[in-house]
Unconditional design. Structure first.
Length: 625
């Protein structure tokens, strides 16, 4: 097709003013417009680049402007449009001194008298647009938050990988059904209401609902969303706040513990002093001689009620982590073997008890009395869950809490632990009950069947030992409590029978410093009846003055830890300077850490309310040391 031949359709088109018409439009266009003949020779272009002149590229093949990587795509696309007369589109790249550029090329045929004689190419520089799309796609893929595009008909149209990773579904599974199918049934109505509100143009901020994972677990999501007013799609961002909500729940629980602890600490001192007087006087009356049966029965009821009240106060203090620890190295297997006889008496014959000891179990540094209380409370809880009998299994093992375990259990700390698991085959618990079992005074039992302090006490004791407690339970599938106690690398010492034998009477002189009159009278009577020479004062100042004024020997002082004006530890600092050989035994209805921190390292504390044999036994031990 020679350009100059009259019968050439290209020449006829040129003669008809085709280029002039194109130039009139293209000269002001923002896009690059090029005209080429059937041999792909550039006949017109309205663009020049930094290193390219218009005259330098006219008459050359347009393929010379295409990068080598895109040459085959460009050649086949140009030829297809020439042969078929159907427009096409492709992208190519061009690099000049200013950098790499992305071009969007749209091709259309040029016809003259029905014959395709060339091509027109409209090329747009879409570099910034493509860069923005690439940035969007990279952020979309990398975001830890879940990014969602939802269509107005209630289906997910596009999701980023974080959504799939969080819920465990493939993206295709998530887009195949309406999104509401993944929402917790209790949250669906609110979710649909919010979705409708967003479709109507109201942006959504901080909406929370629960989404089901593929394994059945529900995760808590916090949403923000808005709508595209033209196409109607909803654009939303969700953040998984399950761990955050769990942490908040732990904080609320800790605040409840603190409140109960403050309440318990506030009343424990005075309450235990009252109980001390009640129990001591009930003992005196019982020991005074033969009593009428009804009087003896009443005194027995008083003692039983007083002991139960003392136990409740101790449970409140244990729950709030205010009960002082007396830790020793413990072999948990040995402790449990010693308790099995007691547990079998505690449980009905319809419940089988099995103990599976861990092999070469590490020792734990713990208070044996409090661990016994933990085990007893868990077994009583299991007994109450198995009204018609069942199986109770206690098991120990050495375990390691690794990063994966800690991520799955908010609040868990990595390390080596000794695990005690208590499993029953009882009725199990609903999720709602399971969330509240460690709340003080929460109980599912009927009136007069429980105080609601058994499991909270377990929780408080475990926390005070820097341990962890986890619960697995489903309705009808039983319950497993897992207690994690920090492992101690040292060898465990043997746990013998700690019960004291009733001590012999004594004739030593004992100074009693106690501000509560009822407790003072009761303790004085106990000491005198045991043969001791007892001297009573009301506070630390009187004790100091007495020892300064009197030279007679005093072998031991029974010193209340919390007294007005001068505490027991403050008084002892001056008393031991006056009588270096005098022994001391502190007593306490309840004392917080500020008092106990002032105690000498070897100090011993007898907690109120104490029984007669406890007081006399501890005194005898101190005097005989």
């Amino acid at each position: 097709m020679a350009e100059g031949r009259a019968e050439d359709p290209w020449s006829r088109w040129l003669a008809g003013g085709g280029l002039e018409a194109i130039d009139a439009i293209a000269s002001e266009a923002l896009d690059v417009i090029g005209i080429m003949d059937q041999q792909l020779t550039l006949r017109y272009i309205n663009w020049t680049g930094p290193s390219v002149t218009r005259a330098g590229i006219l008459g050359r093949s347009v393929l010379e402007l295409v990068p080598p990587d895109h040459l085959e795509l460009a050649r086949s696309t140009y030829r297809r449009v020439l042969e078929t007369g159907v427009g096409a589109r492709f992208e190519t790249m061009y690099r000049d001194s200013s950098g790499l550029h992305v071009w969007d090329v749209r091709l259309g045929p040029i016809r003259h008298q029905g014959e395709v004689i060339g091509l027109i190419a409209i090329t747009s520089n879409v570099t910034e647009q493509r860069r923005a799309h690439a940035d969007r796609d990279r952020f979309f893929s990398l975001s830890l938050d879940m990014l969602v595009v939802a269509s107005p008909n209630g289906y997910f149209r596009r999701l980023n990988p974080a959504f799939s990773e969080t819920l465990g579904y493939e993206l295709a599974e998530l887009t195949a059904v309406p999104y509401i199918e993944f929402v917790h049934p209790e949250d669906r109505r609110r979710t649909l209401e919010c979705f409708t509100s967003v479709l109507q143009g109201t942006p959504l901020h901080e909406f929370e609902n629960r989404y089901r994972r593929k394994d059945g677990e529900y995760r808590v999501f916090s949403w923000r969303a808005t709508v595209d007013p033209i196409i109607g799609d909803v654009y939303a961002v969700a953040r998984d706040i399950t761990g955050h909500r769990a942490t908040e729940a732990q904080l609320r629980h800790a605040q409840k513990m603190e409140a109960v602890g403050q309440l318990a600490g506030g009343i424990a001192h005075d309450f235990n002093n009252l109980l001390q007087a009640i129990l001591a006087n009930a003992e005196f009356a019982t020991a005074s001689g033969p009593l009428a049966s009804d009087v003896a029965e009443c005194l027995s009821e008083i003692e039983t009620a007083g002991s139960r009240a003392a136990d409740l106060t101790a449970q409140l203090l244990a729950f709030s982590r205010r009960q002082p620890l007396r830790p020793v190295l413990i072999d948990l297997n040995q402790l449990l073997r010693g308790l099995m006889k007691m547990l079998r008496r505690l449980l009905p014959e319809t419940i089988a008890v099995d103990f599976i000891p861990g092999h070469v179990l590490a020792s734990v540094n713990a208070d044996p009395g409090q661990l016994e209380q933990v085990i007893g409370n868990l077994c009583v809880n299991a007994r109450d869950a198995m009204d018609h009998g069942g199986q109770l299994t206690l098991e120990t093992a050495n375990v390691v809490a690794d990063r994966q375990h800690c991520e799955a259990h908010p609040g868990a700390k990595p390390g080596n632990y000794v695990l005690l698991s208590v499993t029953d085959t009882g009725i199990g618990m609903t999720p709602e009950v399971r969330e509240r079992i460690f709340e003080p005074f929460f109980t599912t039992k009927g009136p007069h069947q429980g105080t609601g302090l058994g499991l909270p006490t377990v929780y408080g004791i475990v926390q005070q030992h820097d341990g962890m407690i986890q619960v697995q339970s489903e309705p009808g599938a039983g319950t497993t409590f897992e207690i994690y106690l920090p492992a101690d690398g040292r060898l465990a010492t043997e746990i013998g029978d700690k019960r004291a034998v009733t001590p012999p009477r004594g004739r030593e002189t004992i100074l009693l410093a106690e501000d509560d009159e009822r407790v003072r009278r009761a303790a004085l009577r106990i000491l005198q009846q045991a043969g001791y020479r007892a001297i009573a004062v009301t506070n630390g100042f009187e004790a100091i003055r007495l020892l300064r004024e009197r030279e007679e020997p005093v072998q031991l002082i029974l010193l209340d830890l919390v007294m007005p004006q001068m505490s027991g530890p403050e008084a002892w600092e001056q008393l031991r300077a006056l009588r270096p050989d005098m022994r001391v035994l502190f007593t306490s209805g309840y004392a917080d850490e500020k008092y106990r921190k002032r105690l000498p390292p070897d100090a011993e504390v007898l907690d109120k309310p104490f029984r007669t044999e406890q007081l006399l036994g501890r005194i005898r031990q101190k005097l005989d040391q």
